[in-house]
Write a new protein. Structure first.
Length: 116
């Protein structure tokens, strides 16, 4: 599976960005797709996930501000990020994992920078 993330950029605090991740290759179901963030010198942290059935899960720090969604027909997931804060800065990676597998595929990441 190959994942291509896009949509990052520079935005002021309080602003919004929408990330996209297109998935290609041997896509199977059921799967879980998601977004993780990695700030410089820090570990990669999970931001949000969405399952084949549309069940979503969010990190507490983004609940109410971020929304993950998926377009199954186009094999694309999105992350709508509103009310952005400087601490949301980092490289955002999209991921794909089969529900019954421990292996995760990652995209190349897209940089999000939120200025104060």
């Amino acid at each position: 599976v190959q994942l291509q993330a896009s949509g990052g950029g520079l935005v002021q605090a309080g602003g919004s960005l929408r990330l996209s991740c297109s998935v290609s290759g041997s896509i199977s179901t059921p799967n879980v797709m998601g977004w993780s963030r990695q700030a410089p010198g820090q570990q990669r942290d999970l931001v949000a996930t969405i399952t084949t059935w549309g069940m979503t899960n969010y990190a507490d720090s983004v609940k109410g501000r971020f929304t993950i969604s998926r377009d199954a027909a186009n094999n694309t997931i999105y992350l709508q990020m509103n009310s952005l804060k400087p601490e949301n800065t980092g490289v955002y990676y999209c991921s794909y994992k089969l529900v019954l597998s421990i292996a995760t595929d990652w995209g190349q990441g897209t940089q999000v920078t939120v200025s104060s």
